[in-house]
Design a protein around this ligand. Structure first.
Ligand SMILES: Cc1cc2nc3c(=O)[nH]c(=O)nc-3n(C[C@H](O)[C@H](O)[C@H](O)COP(=O)(O)OP(=O)(O)OC[C@H]3O[C@@H](n4cnc5c(N)ncnc54)[C@H](O)[C@@H]3O)c2cc1C
Length: 312
């Protein structure tokens, strides 16, 4: 039997039902904890047809991964999946309150923030048509599908160098479009020249494509950069502003600071997945969600142990 909660307080509320939140729910459900996973259903990878590189599920449509997870979570009666948007988080360790857009309030001892990150759209005409089909953000996720194609990288400065160095493992034919000043040092420009990687600084007029497949990048100065695939550096914003509002510390890269168990700088608030990591992959998000589920279980069981000993 699941643990009994006469005062109607959940053990945990999980904000976000992506790989991280669902994986945490699995651990918590199996640990007999009462949890609600509240998810607004707008995953970061909604634009793609397939999630790649997830062991035993390579490839799988993102929504199918979630469907299987939800089906298997159905085995655990103390786990509830809720379609709603969390709008506010108040309270403190042991007594949190989460309110939603539909006007519900969930009380919980612990909160897991697994709301992911979102890619702010780049204002480049034609990018929306290719995004998720032949333009991507992560070589590990989609480099294999674009291997050996001529690739254009849309980024600047250190980000551009990082992506180009990585992508050289997938394609020999690379070009850099910086859509304005490149922000590269002379040394970096030299490195690229030595490796035959052209740098185009002119503003991008549009991305040309057919049926989602990139064919080239038209620059404002009339240059056409041929390519059959694009990787770009997007600007990431938190999936939900809840961690900021709750006062959780963040890393310099904008991720929520969390230890190996997902515990943030605010007692009782945990975070996992893209929201709490600089590396963004579904299997890594699921793994950190699993760790957070275990961390929350440890904390809850330790508190129950103390209470049973008369310590409050
Ligand atoms: C274009 C693209 C392609 C990708 N391809 C791959 C790939 O092939 N392989 C791979 O491993 N990874 C891939 N990724 C990365 C992968 O999508 C992420 O690493 C993964 O989804 C992170 O899981 P998560 O659970 O942390 O967040 P998400 O999957 O983003 O889930 C977070 C959930 O929280 C919800 N949410 C946010 N705010 C609230 C709120 N206030 N209330 C309720 N719910 C909320 C969101 O709607 C969302 O459903 C790709 C990413 C992109 C952008």
């Amino acid at each position: 039997m699941p643990n009994h909660h006469p005062e109607n307080v959940l053990d945990a509320v999980i904000v976000g039902g992506g790989p991280a939140g669902l994986s945490a729910a699995l651990v918590l459900g199996r640990a007999r904890k009462h949890v609600a996973v509240i998810d607004e259903g707008k995953p970061r990878n909604a634009v793609t047809g397939s999630t790649h590189g997830f062991l035993t599920r390579d490839p799988i449509p993102p929504q199918e991964l979630r469907r299987i997870a939800a089906e298997q979570l159905g085995q655990y009666p103390s786990v509830r999946l809720v379609a709603d948007t969390v709008s506010a988080l108040t309270g403190s360790d042991g007594a949190f309150a989460v309110t939603t857009a539909q006007g519900q309030t969930y009380r919980a001892r612990k909160v897991l923030l697994a709301a992911g990150m979102k890619d702010a759209p780049l204002p480049i005409p034609g990018l929306a048509e290719v995004y998720g089909r032949s333009a991507f953000v992560c070589p590990f996720c989609d480099g294999w599908e674009l291997r050996e194609r001529p690739l254009a990288v849309l980024a600047k400065g250190g980000d551009a160098m990082h992506l180009l160095k990585l992508l050289k493992g997938w394609s020999e034919t690379l070009a850099l479009c910086t859509n304005g000043p490149s922000e590269l040092t002379d040394e970096q420009k030299g490195e690229l020249a030595q490796r035959g990687i052209p740098v185009y600084e002119a503003p991008i007029a549009r991305i040309d494509s057919r049926d989602g497949q990139a064919r080239g990048i038209a620059l404002a100065d009339g240059t056409e950069v041929a390519c059959k695939g694009i990787f770009f550096r997007s600007q990431l914003v938190p999936g939900a502003g809840l961690a900021e509002a709750a006062g959780c510390a963040h890393t310099e890269h904008g991720a929520v600071e969390a230890d190996a168990t997902g515990q943030t700088s605010v007692p009782g608030i945990y975070s996992a997945g893209d929201a709490a990591s600089a590396s963004h992959q579904a299997i890594a998000a699921a793994a950190s969600g699993s760790m957070a589920g275990a961390g929350i279980t440890f904390a809850l069981n330790a508190e129950a142990w103390q209470r049973a000993g008369g310590a409050g």
